[in-house]
Design a protein around this ligand. Structure first.
Ligand code: PAF
Length: 286
């Protein structure tokens, strides 16, 4: 496995391969890789001939009071995982290489980025959209794989690729969970031991919402109330948002008729957790 640091070397690698019609896959990450990333890398490996995993803690997607400086960076562990899963390249650009002096252009955001995460973290999606566009430009992949864990991000990237004709097929893979259901995340290491058991409450609340839908509840507010109730029973947790949305637009749904996504973000101590569940509404007998 090659370690490539400079964007120009990255582009040279992919240009050579594309001339030979080699199908390139990219898994963009911020490192601190866990089994969720492992699943994305495996899924990519099956779908391409040459696989790059980018590891870049992107400063522009962190707000001023967020965890940029303490974000975990276990680079040897990350490289070992990429190698184990058959990546051909670990792309590890520096901040200076990604944002050299004079850098100015950012991607302006569609409506789907303004709600939910976009509201709580106003800088976040502009940073994500811009860095993903840059990575696609440098790696020129035919396919790129993202996790469903960051549902809104995956919808945004899909929109970005369509709107800007970036020519990359976006594949979204299901969230990988711990044994108790907690969605895997690089930030789970921040959870205090006492909070680790409580953290699964977010997933339980989404499950309760999904269960209500399966049982015939179709009122968006009623489903949201069910989810709220589960979180309220865990006093250490506070809610950023819990919502019942259209999975394509991320607009809240008042009456559930087909597929919906239940999305949620909560805080537990200093840790922010996000999660989501896609639910297919059962056909009702008339
Ligand atoms: O999901 C992530 O890890 C990041 O947001 C991404 C897509 C790698 C962009 O920095």
């Amino acid at each position: 496995m090659k370690i490539i640091r400079s964007p120009s070397a990255m582009t040279a690698w992919s240009e050579g391969l594309r001339r030979e019609n080699v199908r390139i896959g990219l898994v963009p990450t911020m490192g601190a890789l866990h089994d969720g990333h492992r699943a994305l890398i495996r899924a990519a490996r099956l779908r391409c001939d040459a696989l790059a995993v980018s590891i870049f803690v992107n400063p522009t997607q962190f707000g001023p009071h967020e965890d940029l400086t303490k974000y975990p960076r276990p680079i040897s562990h990350d490289r070992a995982l990429c190698k184990q899963e058959g990546a051909d390249v670990c792309f590890e650009p520096s901040v200076q290489a990604m944002y050299p002096e004079g850098f100015q252009t950012v991607v302006s955001l569609p409506a789907i980025a303004r709600r939910w995460e976009g509201e709580v973290r106003p800088h976040h999606f502009s940073g994500v959209a811009t860095v993903v566009t840059k990575l696609f430009g440098m790696v020129s992949p035919q396919i790129a794989i993202f996790g469903q864990k960051d549902f809104q991000q995956s919808v945004l990237v899909d929109r970005l690729v369509k709107d800007l004709n970036l020519g990359v097929r976006i594949i979204v893979r299901p969230t990988v969970r711990e044994r108790d259901g907690l969605a895997m995340s690089s930030r789970n290491v921040y959870l205090l031991p006492d909070d680790r058991g409580r953290a699964v409450t977010l997933y339980r609340s989404l499950r309760a919402g999904a269960e209500a839908i399966q049982q015939g509840v179709d009122d968006g507010r009623a489903i949201q109330a069910v989810m709220h109730q589960v979180i309220k029973a865990e006093p250490a947790m506070t809610i950023d948002y819990l919502a019942v949305c259209d999975p394509r637009t991320l607009e809240p749904i008042s009456t559930v008729t087909s597929r919906v996504v239940l999305i949620g973000a909560v805080r537990l101590g200093s840790v922010r957790l996000i999660d989501n569940l896609l639910v297919t509404v059962p056909r009702r007998r008339s």
